[in-house]
Design a protein around this ligand. Structure first.
Ligand SMILES: Cc1ncc(COP(=O)(O)O)c(C=O)c1O
Length: 373
């Protein structure tokens, strides 16, 4: 009964860990910033609801929000509001873009490790997946020859996550230029998911947004504005491509929620930007707290140094899947590195974006199950 395309898609390891965890387990697993959505967004949403103007919007989103998003890229590129399509979260943006670009047999290149959805969706659409390694011994940072070895004129799309889930590692400006040039040379589409770009820990992270006409950027407000439930994401692309993505988006979901879109405009205001500054400080504090708390389990010369929140990768020197299943039953959810690829086997991903009291409780249980190095 079920289509061939979906038949072999299995419940993810992450879901299996969640399902087997004890009921009140502390969640250091979610890819979510577990703080409330900033007040200015919530107040605006209430106002929109009270005014009652809650109808379909145009498929690509309301112009005011598209303009605000476009201007957030304008320090390094000429993005206009017609280059933006607002979607139901970055997740829908990924689906709409891949759905629009992939024909069966197309080659798609992704990192190992990386966010699970790219491979699953691309495979569902019939793509042939190739990977390049981000090795733990290099702190999960890219070595350019590893990418060059795998990319060719046959590579239709290179998908990058910048900064990356699960490692928090971002590319610097030189790497961005080099990767863009490699894609240009191979006429490869460069699809970059930048949903974590604004939750940097210390140093601002540059965007891949550039004049290369096959660059497509995906982003959203789930992480930077603690808005996972509001479902605001977007695609940035040259107009011809964007028009096609907007058609896919129309048939997937028509438009993003009108309430969320109108409230999201506030995120781009001066006050909104102050809110993220505050969030970044809190995340940095939590990150440093985790490092200190887990100090005796981290080998100083193999420490992963993320550029962005909210994940900490920890080598546990044992089978990560069994460890996470067992820890879930003891009251803490963390995610096994194997869920993201072969290169992160033996690691766990700890998400520290929650209040310090719960974080401390979770880490305490985690610590009592780790083997000191
Ligand atoms: C790399 C990455 N991209 C996209 C998403 C989905 O984000 P959204 O809530 O905007 O759909 C996630 C969620 O965890 C993610 O980690």
């Amino acid at each position: 009964m079920i289509s061939k395309r979906l038949e072999n898609v299995q419940k993810s390891i992450i879901r299996q860990i969640y399902d087997s965890a004890s009921q009140n387990a502390i969640n250091l697993g979610l890819g979510e910033i577990q703080f409330p959505t900033p007040n200015l967004i919530r107040l605006k949403a209430k106002q929109v609801i009270n005014q009652g103007e809650i109808f379909y919007t145009s498929n690509a989103g309301i112009p005011e929000l598209r303009k605000a998003i476009a201007s957030s890229y304008n320090s390094n590129s000429k993005i206009e509001w017609e280059n933006i399509c607002v979607t139901n979260g970055a997740q829908e943006a990924i689906f709409a873009v891949l759905f629009s670009l992939i024909d069966p047999g197309d080659e798609v290149l992704i990192a190992d490790p990386t966010f699970l959805a790219y491979k699953t969706i691309a495979e569902m659409l019939g793509a042939k997946i190739k990977t390049f390694p981000l090795k733990a011994e290099n702190g999960f940072r890219l070595r350019m020859p590893d990418l060059k070895k795998q990319i060719s004129k046959n590579t239709k799309i290179l998908i990058l996550n910048h900064p990356a889930n699960p490692t928090g590692i971002a590319f610097d400006s030189e790497e961005i230029t080099e990767i863009t040039d490699i894609c240009k040379k191979n006429e490869t589409i460069l699809l970059v998911d930048e949903v974590y770009k604004e939750v940097y820990l210390q140093k601002e992270i540059p965007s891949f947004c550039s004049s290369y006409d096959k660059t497509i950027i995906i982003s959203g407000l789930s992480k930077s504005f603690c808005m996972t439930g509001w479902r605001i994401g977007w695609i940035v692309a040259q107009k011809e491509l964007l028009n096609k993505f907007t058609i896919a988006h129309q048939y997937i979901s028509t438009c993003a929620s009108a309430i969320s879109q109108k409230a999201a405009i506030k995120a781009f205001s001066e006050k909104g930007q102050t809110t993220i500054t505050h969030l970044r400080k809190q995340l940095l504090k939590n990150y440093l707290f985790c490092l200190k708390y887990l100090k005796e389990f981290i080998e100083p010369n193999t420490q992963i140094s993320p550029d962005a929140a909210p994940y900490l990768m920890l080598n546990i020197y044992q089978d990560d899947i069994s460890f996470c299943k067992s820890l879930g039953k003891k009251g803490v959810i963390v995610i096994p590195g194997s869920a993201f690829g072969k290169e992160s086997q033996g690691f766990i991903r700890i998400s520290y974006a929650l209040n310090q009291k719960k974080l401390r409780m979770g880490l305490k249980i985690l610590k009592s199950n780790l083997i000191p190095i």
